[in-house]
Design a protein around this ligand. Sequence first.
Ligand SMILES: Cc1cc2nc3c(=O)[nH]c(=O)nc-3n(C[C@H](O)[C@H](O)[C@H](O)COP(=O)(O)OP(=O)(O)OC[C@H]3O[C@@H](n4cnc5c(N)ncnc54)[C@H](O)[C@@H]3O)c2cc1C
Ligand SMILES: *[C@@H]1O[C@H](CO)[C@@H](O)[C@H](O)[C@H]1NC(C)=O
Ligand SMILES: *[C@@H]1O[C@H](CO)[C@@H](O)[C@H](O)[C@H]1NC(C)=O
Ligand SMILES: *[C@@H]1O[C@H](CO)[C@@H](O)[C@H](O)[C@H]1NC(C)=O
Ligand SMILES: *[C@@H]1O[C@H](CO)[C@@H](O)[C@H](O)[C@H]1NC(C)=O
Ligand SMILES: *[C@@H]1O[C@H](CO)[C@@H](O)[C@H](O)[C@H]1NC(C)=O
Length: 702
Amino acid sequence: MWSKSRILAIIAPLVFHVDAVSHARRLPPEHSRALHGRNYITEATIADSYDFIVVGGGLAGLVIASRLTEDFNTTVLVLEAGESGDTVGDSINPPARTYYNSLIGTSYDWQHKTVPQDKAAGRVISWPRGKVLGGSAAINGMYYVRPSQIQVDTWKGMLEPSDDSAAWGWDNLLAGMKKSETFTSPSSDVQSLAKIQFNAASYGSNGPLHVSYPGFMFSVVGNWTPSLEAIGIESAADPANGKNFGGFVSTLSINPTNWTRSYSKSAYIDPLPPRKNLDILMSATVTRVVLGDKNSSGNVVASGVEFATSADSAEKVVKVNKEVVLTGGAPGSPRVLMHSGVGPKDVLDAAGVPLAVELPGVGQHLQDHLAAPVTWESKVQTGGDMHASGSDFSPLAMSFVNSAIAYINASILFDSSADFESNVASALDVSAKTLVPSQSSEVVEGYKAIYTATQKLTSQGAGQVELLLSINAPKAITIQAALQHPYKFAPPTPFLLNKLIRSATSQGRVYINSSSPFDPIVIDPQYFSHPADITLLREGIKLARRVGNSAPISNAFGAETVPGPDVSSDEQLDAWLAGVASTEFHPQATCAMLPRSQGGVVDAKLRVYGLANVRVADSSVFPLSFAAHLAAPTYGLAEKAAEFITDLYKVSANSGTTTAPDSASQTGGPGKNAASRICSSACTALALTAMFSFIVSVLSAL
Ligand SMILES: Cc1cc2nc3c(=O)[nH]c(=O)nc-3n(C[C@H](O)[C@H](O)[C@H](O)COP(=O)(O)OP(=O)(O)OC[C@H]3O[C@@H](n4cnc5c(N)ncnc54)[C@H](O)[C@@H]3O)c2cc1C
Ligand SMILES: *[C@@H]1O[C@H](CO)[C@@H](O)[C@H](O)[C@H]1NC(C)=O
Ligand SMILES: *[C@@H]1O[C@H](CO)[C@@H](O)[C@H](O)[C@H]1NC(C)=O
Ligand SMILES: *[C@@H]1O[C@H](CO)[C@@H](O)[C@H](O)[C@H]1NC(C)=O
Ligand SMILES: *[C@@H]1O[C@H](CO)[C@@H](O)[C@H](O)[C@H]1NC(C)=O
Ligand SMILES: *[C@@H]1O[C@H](CO)[C@@H](O)[C@H](O)[C@H]1NC(C)=O
């Protein structure tokens, strides 16, 4: 870690404008390897049983494991399919490496793919997901954007009113999000150059996750909000406080003390001392939850979890004393449930998995954001130019990632949004009858509920399309438009109905088609299966063009290169979009928190219906798509999940917090101390290797 004086020495000479960037090359921060690995175990040292088994050491899983083990009497095992990521810190930690040396496409990425998408030119679309401690938060773009209050409250309104559902809604999720955060204001230079507006009081100040802004800024970012205002799109002065409408420069999950990515591993796990009650096992793919007898109220009790290193290796079972918490993410959690025999009967029968609990909603209700770019030649230097020229690899320069953003409502997108809304509204019943990829009446009811809630958000002015300013390519600037509230689960507008019914057999879901947990999961988002989706994204692309032609940002833009001037009519735009639109990496709702009568998978306390002691606590439970990025609400959800569990078991409060250094009294037993000694010499070697490969990559970039 850097000393404070060294950081100041580096910050001081830099001016926050590309013309004045320091050209000095600097080594990356020394990685504090000794901190890592203190709670890692091997299969040889795994215990027979744990109080809680967390399935997936991703964003949510590590938050929950860290919080539950604040009580020294509670034992937790984390099983993570991927590796720790400690040997590839140079790809994970410097924020800009998310563009220039990403782990996407490597063994740290699940490399999921969709099945061919009929309405997206038959394309197979790649669906990256982190396969590493920290999960997708280790490879994501670090945008840290909260949803708006009306969206979070609408989700609560979809639950059966009860003491349990009272735990949700804006105030509660906000408390969870704040609990996870420590906010740091931007430097005044960065703030004024980028015209950043924020209200520090809207953020947390004592949580493990760092939320801040880059230490380095480009002046074109400061042209974002004025150019939006020039065409009638207001700026959001306090976007974290429930109103994220309009344009703003968002916070990022960046640690400004050493300009590194902040994510669940670096925030919630690495700083911990050895905790003898926390074991983290990597290269452990959970193959199923082992289900046993029913409890006296008829719910099936999980007795343990089965895992294996690979398809060829033997499975092992570890027993659970209290609960299994599934945190495998939107593809991972429903997959484990289905392989455990919990899911839609037709899917399990076809895959050859014996049915234990029929739960038709598992894997259904999938919603995702879909994005496409408008790109211009750039007249100003971009982050991509700076990187391509190898001019500055200082930690400060490497802290720049894109963050200018806007959420646009239907009244901005359409001359008359009433026409759009009434088109969508008029076809609800037809859709529910023809477009749901399940025979289950419960799932159909869920589609109707999500559909109605989405309509309500449209009329209340929630963001329908997101615009993002991206300057990470050389000689080019992009404004990306992304659909936020997909209507793909919704009906076709009447005039297109006949055409759509023919392709209505499958839609928006993930499922298994084999009994081997190591075979790929089948992902079918049914992108653009509803005309409303292509209509919204097309209007978003037109708006992106208008922003690009609006001063002052237009001064930075040369000719439009993508899609280019030849693509202009609605028909041309729709055909182009079908060929290029891609995921914005925000899949959700595959284990939706909805009433069981609506194809729900978990109740308001995140308990899987029909199971006595299994929860899902990750991004797969949000039933309704947010106009936001998913990390912030998932941190909030994970904090709430940990509270539900500790409250239930009345875990004694005999410890410090995750942020405070833990007291010496909990320092681990002899096994753990031995393990950490082994790690510290091995980790020094790893640090040297990592530094060596960084130097090689700098030299080869010359
Ligand atoms: C490329 C990319 C860019 C993104 N950019 C942003 C962004 O800028 N801002 C933002 O807010 N969000 C972004 N996201 C989304 C965000 O990172 C995810 O929504 C979030 O990480 C989801 O958290 P999670 O805990 O549900 O799942 P994950 O973080 O994906 O964690 C799931 C974990 O479970 C493990 N796992 C799965 N199945 C098993 C199994 N059977 N056994 C053992 N382990 C298993 C996985 O390996 C993984 O570690 C991005 C995502 C991607 C992929
Ligand atoms: C950055 O600092 C945090 C503590 O604030 C630490 O956990 C993390 O390991 C550091 N990152 C690196 C790469 O040194
Ligand atoms: C610790 O946990 C054990 C087993 O779960 C339990 O019997 C015991 O009462 C707990 N002790 C405290 C102090 O909570
Ligand atoms: C939509 O956004 C515009 C511009 O920010 C705003 O003036 C308008 O009130 C919003 N519409 C609704 C219904 O909230
Ligand atoms: C499962 O579905 C995928 C994607 O459609 C396909 O490639 C694969 O062959 C299927 N597997 C089985 C066993 O049917
Ligand atoms: C059975 O499990 C359910 C769900 O967790 C729980 O509400 C119920 O209290 C359990 N019943 C008994 C008798 O343990």
